[in-house]
Design a protein around this ligand. Sequence first.
Ligand code: HEC
Ligand code: HEC
Ligand code: HEC
Length: 497
Amino acid sequence: MTGRFTNLLRGLSAHWLGKLGVALVTSSFLIFIFLELLRLLGLLENAYAGLITYMTLPLLFIIGLILIPIGWWRTLKRTGLSSRQLLERRFPARELEANIYGSGVVGSILLLTVLNLIFLGGGSARMLHFMDGAEFCGTACHSVMNPEWVTYQASPHAHVDCVECHVGEGAGALINAKLNGLWQVVSATFDLYERPIPTPVHQLRPARETCEKCHWPEKFYGDRLKVIPQFAADESNTASYSTLNLKVGSGSGESGAIHWHVAEENSVRYASVEDEREEMIWVEWLQEDGSWHRYENQRRLGEVSGHEDGRLLDCVDCHNRATHIYEDPDAGLDERFAAGELDSDLPWLKREALGAILSGWASKEAAQEGVANALTGFYRAEYPELAISKMASIDRAVESLQGMVARNLHPGMNITWGAYKSHLGHTANGGCFPCPNEKMVDENGPAIRHHCTLFHSILAHDSSGPLPYPQPPGEKDPAREQGEDLRREFLKSGGGD
Ligand code: HEC
Ligand code: HEC
Ligand code: HEC
């Protein structure tokens, strides 16, 4: 049997092109099997090795397959023989004798073709599967996707594959994504891409298909208590706390909840200036009779956007940073203080840390070294005793800041603080405010309702400790008035009882 195949291969490689073809086919096949075995044994996890296994080797295999008949044809031309005569010359007569399966040569070729098809089919299935993995998307184009990969790994969606959000369902979306990917390979190779990568991502699959596979709008109910700690840039890093009661329900029937916007029965669409989602031109809300009720921005009357029907508001219009979460420098430090990574007993730590991370570092390495030098340098110069007695705290602070800059600063991709804005909440411009604000009017005049309590109650603002459950305020309580307001809102009762 093997003898027969070696004969066949020798017979087929009549021309040097044929020889090259046979060599390519056999070697790429054997290497593929070898690498695939390593991968199955868990010895090979590298994305580049994957690129070779699943893209380069099958490509070489196909090129080899094409070269074999070209070589055969060139030999025919060169020798002036007919196919029959060449066959007789290249193969022993018994191989060419007809039996019930046709001749031996034809049988071998058929068998090889079937094997090739199985190999290519299996190979491409493995390739598609591999290319759908987050590891591939995040690391194959190393420097380009590094920011997205780093932020992804630190996000609540670190176990959701990139393609779950970035590639739609069905063959059309798959082909689209692969064509797009091909273009990305070209633009990464020839350095044609924009830095940072532009957002919003227009080919993102609709959130109704992605997010709602795991989070159902019907299941949003209740409130969420959120404590926002803040640390001042003073000597003692003074702490204060704000406590919000976020109304994250979908507000069935009434519009008093954040996820009202995506509840089953509601549709909202909008057109924004230059598609940036930072200023709206108009916003519409679907009525029961099927008409759209329109609110227009007084400052942008009559302007049109590229999309006449606007965009249907979905999860990613607010949660645009659900996965690639970049931090705000101030709030990021506050979180690390609250988590104990930054020790508030270190004098001026907030101020010094902010200065260090905001220094405009030119590279990742410079940032890593720079924050370490800035912090240790400061304490050695200003507080030499502390620099020794609190060495462990300072080291921990350095490590924490290094983690923070590694996540947020990607100078190679022009990503610095604030390069990608979050539309959730309203810490910076944008966020909620482009829609509910007094400039958005309909023909009757009134603006979209924009009272804060529709979305949250502020239980405590800059208080010196996290909020205790609202108790009836004492007669002499300095926060008495606020306490009574809260009780009125929550317990629907006045201050007296
Ligand atoms: C849970 C959903 C989700 C997952 C998982 C996800 N992304 Fe994203 N991605 C988004 C959203 C949402 C945006 C921003 C869309 C917008 O603003 O239009 C985005 C934006 C991007 C961008 C554009 C740059 C930016 O930050 O806006 C790139 C590139 C990207 N993602 C790559 C990846 C890669 C690589 C992975 C896997 C390692 C991944 N994504 C996983 C949801 C996801
Ligand atoms: C494959 C399932 C899956 C998909 C798809 C998915 N998520 Fe999630 N998401 C999760 C899980 C699981 C968590 C909770 C992780 C945890 O608690 O640590 C989560 C957490 C979140 C959180 C944080 C909740 C919190 O407690 O702070 C938000 C916001 C969120 N998802 C929004 C989205 C958006 C927007 C999309 C679509 C772009 C999306 N998710 C797609 C599974 C998913
Ligand atoms: C109008 C803006 C907006 C839209 C649209 C929106 N969200 Fe949210 N979502 C928020 C805000 C604001 C919060 C509270 C954020 C926080 O905790 O700081 C939130 C919280 C969440 C949470 C955490 C809820 C909890 O109980 O702790 C999840 C999960 C989530 N959203 C998923 C989604 C999904 C999925 C969609 C689409 C079906 C969606 N959101 C649409 C604004 C929005």
